[in-house]
Design a protein around this ligand. Structure first.
Ligand code: GRG
Length: 288
């Protein structure tokens, strides 16, 4: 089985648990709608690269995707980005109504930590590192990470004096923090030593920025059908973005530099980093 197949199978299995049907349907609608599975793939691949067992990383990987999906459902709500289209289909609140979408998001967020904690005792031989990985995920998702980034993003819409420093703050947290947590969690349940964990963190920081910069570029230049969401929204919401602040040509140069820095960060892994190096190159060229 490939890592992607492992993730898809495990996500389906977790959602076949005893969850009340109408709520479960709303959770499945978004979770099983075929995202790129970037964060769980980063987690499993970091675990693999550092010689860990895929088994221990899989619940963490699935939890990351649940958290990411919750954030997309909530981000699309009318009180946030008010988007009707996600992962190539009507967004969750368009299909199930706002209250159900809110609860489906809450359900995915809470279930992520239920999965982590209930699977944890199986990895008791490595308990401190498993729980450190869980803490990294909580921190990346929460008020020091993604939630803080989303808050700052929404607070700075239409803020004409917002600057590059604020843009870095937003992107590092809204997108970068969960991506960094994903690679760190993989390395922690793998056998990464302190130097390798630092390298993974460095990769996460640069790759997260690269991913967000290319997301900003897709919002300006992408094909909505391929990307699977409404485009042109950043400008419509007067959001602080890289193309908005630096222009498209300079933004593309910045993306190239971030891709190179992300790859450089993993030098200590040699050829074991091949999957990550390819991912950085593909992300630079991505069209979805
Ligand atoms: C609601 C707390 C809270 C946070 C929302 C994720 C997010 C924060 C907002 C979504 C808007 C956005 C453009 C975020 C930055 C880039 C990003 C995370 C894009 C979506 O992730 P992908 O491309 O999506 O990995 P798929 O569908 O492939 O999983």
């Amino acid at each position: 089985m490939t890592n992607l197949e492992r993730i898809e199978t495990a996500l389906r299995a977790y959602l076949s648990a005893n969850i009340p049907e109408p709520l479960c349907e709303a959770m499945k609608y978004s979770l099983l709608a075929g995202g790129k599975r970037l964060r769980p793939m980063l987690c499993l691949s970091a675990c693999e690269m550092t010689g860990g067992s895929q088994e221990a990383a899989l619940p963490l990987a699935c939890a990351l995707e649940m958290i990411h999906t919750y954030s997309l459902i909530h981000d699309d709500l009318p009180c946030m980005d008010n988007d009707d289209f996600r992962r190539g289909r009507p967004s969750n609140h368009k299909a199930f109504g706002e209250a159900n979408a809110l609860l489906a998001g809450d359900g995915l967020l809470t279930y992520a930590f239920e999965v982590i904690l209930s699977e944890g005792p199986k990895y008791i031989d490595n308990a401190p590192r498993y729980y450190e990985a869980a803490a990294q995920i909580a921190s990346g998702a929460g008020v020091k990470g993604m939630v803080a980034g989303q808050w700052a993003d929404l607070s700075n819409e239409n803020n004409a004096s917002a600057n590059a420093e604020m843009l870095s703050y937003i992107h590092a947290r809204k997108t970068g923090a969960l991506i960094t947590a994903a690679v760190l969690a993989g390395g922690l349940v793998g056998h990464a030593d302190a130097m390798e964990l630092a390298a993974l963190r460095d990769f996460g920081t640069h790759f997260g920025l690269l991913f967000q910069i290319t997301d900003d570029l897709l919002d300006v230049e992408g094909n909505a059908e391929k990307v699977g969401k409404t485009l042109g929204k950043d400008a419509a919401h007067a959001k602080l973005t890289y193309p908005g602040l630096y222009g498209i040509a300079e933004t593309k140069k910045m993306a190239g530099r971030e891709a190179q820095s992300a790859k450089d960060a993993l030098q200590c892994f040699g050829t074991r980093a091949a999957w990550f190096l390819k991912l950085a190159d593909q992300t630079l060229l991505r069209s979805f």
